[in-house]
Design a protein around this ligand. Structure first.
Ligand SMILES: C[S@@+](CC[C@H](N)C(=O)[O-])C[C@H]1O[C@@H](n2cnc3c(N)ncnc32)[C@H](O)[C@@H]1O
Length: 268
């Protein structure tokens, strides 16, 4: 965790970062590698369907919450710390005709405001690495699931003790990437909470694709700013381009990765 920020400041910085308009332009509609394709892979793996109450933890702008409602008919609750993103989720659900299936609520993943055993499926994409207290977040996910409830998660992994020094900037910390853990450790957070049949899948392709997309969008944002069409605020596009180049290197050498993780709680 960042030495410069308290846990509260870190969470609020992370939420504001992902609510920023320029950041949205750079990341696109969905804030996780693999987009809809990887979300559908996860939903299929846990057999999400119309009988399921699904909790999307750290739903961001809601692309996955809305997808789970549209394609699988799940009753979805999306929680996030960012009210701006929750408003986007609500608007998207309305626009796509699934407002009756999607509810949003401002909440911290480490203190979920739900009774024990409220959900059948917990979805959490590219967000576990951002949680300050990962043990508590995993425990909360287990608590709100019913017996037999399923976990569908994807996340960044970091297969080294130290994040590469030249990338360990405040931006990377606030973008919440530098607090990722190795794949084995990620799985252990959930086995410790009683999840069984845990399966980790390699989705590094999705990370590679996302960084390439981001590189393209950074160029578009740079052009729009040169033409005076957008205000970059505090975003340093040159630094973003450098980090994107370096990110490709550390994906290729295996320092960072992206994985899917599915599992379930025992039926009783
Ligand atoms: C990389 S985005 C992923 C968003 C979404 N899951 C997706 O795939 O598009 C990370 C999200 O985690 C949210 N977040 C970070 N820490 C959180 C916490 N402790 N509780 C709830 N949401 C949190 C941020 O506000 C942000 O929307």
């Amino acid at each position: 965790m960042s030495g410069e920020l308290t846990p509260g400041e870190f969470k609020s910085c992370c939420a504001s970062f992902y609510a920023d308009d320029v950041v949205r332009r750079i990341l696109g509609d969905s804030f996780h590698p693999g987009g809809e394709a990887l979300t559908l892979e996860l939903l299929d793996a846990v057999k999400a369907g119309p009988d399921d109450d699904l909790l999307d933890v750290a739903t961001g702008p809601g692309a996955s919450a809305v997808l789970a409602a549209r394609k699988k008919g799940c009753r979805v609750t999306g929680v996030d710390l960012s009210t701006e993103n929750l408003a986007r989720t609500g608007a998207l659900a309305k626009e796509r005709g699934v407002a009756d299936l999607v509810t949003v609520r401002e909440a911290d993943a480490e203190r979920l405001p739900f009774e024990d055993g409220s959900f059948d499926v917990v979805l959490c994409e590219c967000a576990f690495c951002t949680f300050v207290d990962k043990t508590t977040a995993a425990r909360e996910m287990a608590r709100v699931l019913r017996p037999g409830g399923r976990l569908a998660l994807s996340d960044m992994t970091l297969e080294t003790d130290a994040f590469p020094e030249d990338l360990d900037t405040l931006l990377m910390r606030v973008a919440c990437i530098s607090d990722a853990v190795p794949g084995e450790r990620l799985e252990a957070f959930f086995s410790d909470e009683g999840f069984v049949d845990l399966e980790t899948g390699d989705a590094r392709w999705a990370l590679h694709e996302m960084v390439e997309d981001i590189r393209g969008r950074l160029l578009a944002v740079e052009l729009a700013s040169k033409l005076g069409k957008i205000d970059l605020g505090g975003i340093d596009v040159q630094e973003g381009k450098r980090m994107a180049r370096r990110s490709i290197e550390i994906i290729e050498d295996g320092t960072v990765g992206y994985v899917t993780l599915t599992g379930r709680l025992p039926a009783r």
